[in-house]
Design a protein around this ligand. Structure first.
Ligand code: ADP
Length: 581
């Protein structure tokens, strides 16, 4: 195919021409720039930019091909031919592009690399001609390179090639540079748009992936807005709310929803969410969401965290995100376990009562016999013979003390199951707290000969309305521990004071103390400090759990302080007047 003549080929030449009317020529030039400018502005992808470029350039010259080398990692090369090109011509223009890149300080690139990655943006009809091998190996006769600049940044190189020498005369250079500027802006816009689209697509894919993950989570998940209204929830959460017979309505805060329903647990859930909305993280809160009357009602465990806007994390949360778990089956297992422990403890009590009763009976008989034996001892001054009953007496005392220990264990087991299921009943009466303390101090002292247990009552009148037996149990538990966990003996001091309108009882020992790392747990069910120092002490970790429950159901508080590393102090308060008699 023969190239068009540069003088006859372009519309620009025919529009602008060489006639003398300068104003008209400028107007036509403006019109021309306006037309090609519009084409570049309308281009939405790089191929449309190529088409616009080709259309603009062929108005100026008749040429074989142009190319665009764009900065990037890696650089991108597009070759736009005006007619089919031979392999040799293509190889020659790539060599020229590499040289131009070198001159314009482009990142180093080899002709081989470019040849491999170059994109030939040729109309489809060229492919046919190419394959039939009709092309002659023609040399590059003329070429020019113009930098593509946007805001003083060189984003690429526009190069024009022709087989004939002298195609690109200096006269058109000004206009070619203007076209290159248009093309540069258009290419930059396309690049920005492509980046934006890629980012959007990536974000959209991420969003879909997240939606899929959340949707297929076994845990229920819901998100609320800053008012505590559920805005989004997954299928598992929907199912859990349906199970709890709650119909959710979009945009209604949980608190409002709770008011309209007869479901106490929704109020609890609303309170937990409200905590998260002021910035607190709430972990594993249990909610009884089941219908009353069931053996083990539907029980949910909920963890809620505040949701912060990533950009303004210091301000108030914009909502909350909650994870719901159905823990009913583990509650059922727990209940079965508790029932088992409770039944076994009950069953143990009957033989224990018999053992205690008969031991008591035997003890009395032996004591009587011993008294008689002593009375009948010969008075002739010969040494007293120890009667065989004294040995029986010691043995029986051990049986009695061990039976008492077993009874306390069984009672603790029964009590923990009562506490667990909210069945701890208090039997209120009026008595003097100091009396109970003194009885318990006396009892503890009888079985602790290495310790000195003292009582310091600092209130003139310690009248109280409470459950006498239970308060005795509390003091007994703390005193037993004070003795048990101070194996070297020492002082144990019990103090009774008045403190901020409550009675304050403190039990101070000089024993092994509690390492601060375990402090948060010592009042938990079945919790025992498991370190070398504690291993030698027997126990099942229920005493403090039951003690705390008894104190709290009286409206009091219990806590621990360490005695500067030597021993422990347990404090508890009891209201002067009962809160819920
Ligand atoms: P138990 O004594 O059966 O282990 P408790 O519930 O009474 O269970 O006590 C829980 C844990 O608290 C104990 O295992 C022990 O480590 C610690 N503890 C309780 N009282 C004292 C004390 N006076 N001094 C040191 N440690 C104590």
């Amino acid at each position: 195919m023969q190239p068009e003549s540069k003088l006859t080929g372009g519309a620009y030449h025919s529009h602008i021409g060489h006639n003398g009317d300068g104003v008209a020529a400028i107007r036509r030039e403006m019109q021309y720039l306006n037309t090609i400018g519009k084409r570049f502005v309308a281009a939405v992808d790089r191929f449309q930019v190529h088409r616009a470029l080709l259309a603009a350039l062929q108005e100026l010259y008749s040429f074989a091909a142009c190319s665009i080398l764009l900065r990037g990692d890696p650089v991108e090369l597009s070759i736009i031919p005006r007619h089919p090109l031979s392999e040799a011509f293509l190889a020659a223009i790539i060599k020229k592009i590499v040289r131009a890149a070198d001159v314009m300080d482009f990142p180093q690139v080899t002709a081989e690399e470019l040849a491999l990655t170059a994109y030939l943006d040729a109309p489809d009809e060229f492919a046919h001609l190419h394959s039939t091998g009709q092309l002659a190996d023609i040399e590059v006769g003329d070429s020019i390179n113009i930098p593509l600049t946007v805001e003083n940044r060189i984003i690429g190189i526009l190069s024009l090639f022709d087989e004939h020498p002298g195609t690109f005369d200096a006269e058109q250079l000004h206009m070619t540079t203007m076209i290159a500027d248009y093309a540069a802006v258009a290419l930059e816009n396309v690049r920005l748009r492509e980046n934006e689209t890629a980012l959007w697509r990536q974000a959209e894919n991420e969003r879909r992936r997240l939606e899929l993950i959340i949707g297929s989570m076994a845990e229920g998940l819901f998100i609320t807005d800053a008012e505590g209204a559920i805005t989004q929830l997954n299928a598992s959460a929907q199912q859990l709310f349906a199970q709890a017979q709650v119909e959710l309505k979009q945009g209604i805060p949980l608190r409002k929803l709770a008011l309209s329903k007869d479901a106490g647990w929704l109020h609890d859930l609303a309170s937990i969410v409200e905590q998260a909305l002021v910035g607190k993280v709430m972990m594993h809160e249990e909610l009884i969401a089941g219908v009353s009357g069931e053996a083990v009602p539907l029980t949910l465990s909920v963890s809620v965290a505040p949701l912060h806007d990533a950009s303004i994390s210091l301000t108030r949360p914009i909502g909350a995100v909650a994870v719901l778990n159905d823990v009913t089956s583990s509650k059922q297992i727990e209940k079965l376990k508790d029932e088992f422990v409770s039944v076994v403890s009950h069953e143990l009590r009957t033989p224990l009562t018999a053992i205690k009763g008969y031991t008591q009976h035997l003890l009395r008989r032996i004591e009587r016999r011993l008294r008689e034996a002593r009375r009948t001892q010969p008075l002739d001054g010969s040494p007293a013979i120890e009667p065989p009953e004294s040995y029986d007496l010691r043995s029986l005392n051990i049986v009695q003390s061990q039976a008492g220990h077993l009874e306390r264990l069984v009672n603790d087991l029964l009590d923990q199951s009562r506490v667990q299921w909210g069945q701890l009943r208090l039997d209120y009466s009026t008595f003097y707290l100091a009396d109970v303390l003194s009885e318990r101090v006396y009892l503890a002292q009888t079985s602790a000969d290495q310790h000195t247990i003292s009582l310091d009552v600092q209130v003139p009148d310690s009248k109280i309305v409470a459950d006498r037996l239970r308060i005795g149990q509390v003091v007994g538990n703390i005193l037993d521990n004070a003795v048990k966990y101070s194996p070297q003996g020492g002082q144990v001091k019990v103090q009774l004071q008045e403190f901020e309108g409550d009675y304050l009882v403190s039990v101070i020992d000089q024993g092994i103390g509690v390492n601060p790392e375990y402090l948060d747990h010592i009042f938990e069910r079945f919790y025992r400090v498991r370190n070398i120092t504690n291993r030698q002490y027997s126990g099942i970790g229920l005493g403090l759990y039951v003690t705390k429950a008894i104190i709290e159901s009286h409206g009091g508080r219990i806590w621990y302080t360490s005695n500067q590393g030597i021993g422990s102090t347990f404090h508890f308060t009891l209201p002067l007047a009962p809160k819920h008699p």
